[in-house]
Write a protein that binds this ligand. Structure first.
Ligand SMILES: [Zn+2]
Length: 81
């Protein structure tokens, strides 16, 4: 069996849920922002709920950081060095 790829990277969708309107949806990496701070408390990801428009911010553990950054989410490093 040969695996063929179209050349473009496969579209990645991340599941997310809004704590405000309880909406559940899948968003592409462009919809997310990942912020990596010096500590876990300042490491989080955010997105805007497509249903109610609320800016949602959630803490990001190491797994989530790996998942999101590996999936092409824009990463903002809050600490220097
Ligand atoms: Zn919402």
């Amino acid at each position: 069996m040969t695996t063929t790829r179209a050349g473009a990277t496969a579209p990645v969708l991340f599941k997310a849920a809004c704590p405000d309107c309880r909406g559940r949806f899948e968003l592409d990496p462009d919809a997310f922002r990942l912020a990596i701070g010096a500590s876990r408390r300042t490491t989080f990801y955010s997105f805007t709920c497509p249903d109610c428009g609320r800016a949602v911010r959630k803490p990001a553990g190491e797994r989530i950081v790996e998942l999101l950054s590996g999936g092409g989410v824009r990463t903002l490093r809050l600490h220097l060095g």
